[in-house]
Design a protein around this ligand. Structure first.
Ligand code: HEM
Length: 222
């Protein structure tokens, strides 16, 4: 049973997360509407149906993914509602695969607003998300609990990547007024951001996993 303090902290974090996610979700749905009604946006090009459809599918799947993924880590749900955990897990894997595949279809067709560096970085991000989703499913099916936990953590932080990208930009603009960021996304801050919303988080997860593994080994030896 979780302590009241843990439950309050988790609840507060969830409220903050969903409040900051709301504008992003509204923007995403706005973009989907623009794409479906053939409105004007640099993301949609007249008579280029594959790229347009890929972006619409990408935004729908990605938005659902980022909105649902925090629920998968909530311990009380995981322990008490096993079937819900499995169903949500399978849905998250499917959403991650679709989000990544649609994004990786769009990039070679249209590129990105930030040019080649952003295209390479986002394609790499898509590959990481795709691989993590496959590995989470594989570990769950083979009953490898440690592997499932490690890949689940990677998938969690990658699924939040798109939100983290916006959070980084928002905080940076609030703190510095946008120092090193340009409208063409070629400023030094933009170039670093192309990778900074997922690579450092993956490294931190890797260190966390290694330390937990070492602690577990020590526990077995002692
Ligand atoms: C994880 C959840 C994700 C969500 C919620 C999400 C959401 C979005 C949204 C709302 C847009 C439209 C941006 C705009 O209006 O300017 C977008 C664009 C884009 N996304 Fe994602 N995305 C996610 C993951 C990914 C992944 C994994 C990739 C890599 C394959 C990716 C690649 C792209 C690309 C290339 C664009 C167009 C960038 C541009 O030129 O402006 N996204 N995404």
């Amino acid at each position: 049973m979780q302590s009241l303090k843990t439950r309050l902290t988790t609840g507060t974090l969830l409220v903050i997360f969903y409040l900051t996610l709301l504008p992003f979700v509204l923007h995403g749905f706005g973009m989907v509407w623009t794409g479906m009604s053939q409105g004007e946006s640099y993301l949609f090009v007249p008579d280029a149906s594959v790229g347009n459809a890929a972006m619409i599918v990408h935004i729908i799947a990605g938005t659902l993914l980022v909105a649902l993924v925090p629920l998968q880590l909530l311990k009380p749900i995981r322990l008490r509602f096993t079937r819900f955990h499995r169903t949500l897990g399978a849905s998250l894997v499917a959403l991650a695969l679709v989000t990544a595949l649609a994004g990786m279809t769009y990039i070679p067709l249209r590129g990105t607003i930030g040019g080649p560096v952003m295209s390479v970085a986002f394609f790499l991000y898509g590959l990481c998300l795709f691989t993590s989703a496959l590995m989470v499913a594989r570990m769950a099916l083979s009953g490898d609990r440690a592997g499932h936990w490690a890949w689940g953590l990677r998938l969690f932080w990658l699924a939040l990547g798109s939100w983290l990208y916006r959070v980084h930009y928002t905080l940076w603009y609030l703190l510095t007024g946008g120092l090193g960021s340009q409208p063409d996304f070629l400023g030094p801050f933009d170039l670093v951001q192309n990778f900074a919303f997922f690579v450092p988080y993956l490294l931190a997860v890797q260190i966390w996993i290694a330390r937990r593994g070492a602690a577990h080994q020590g526990h077995l030896v002692a």
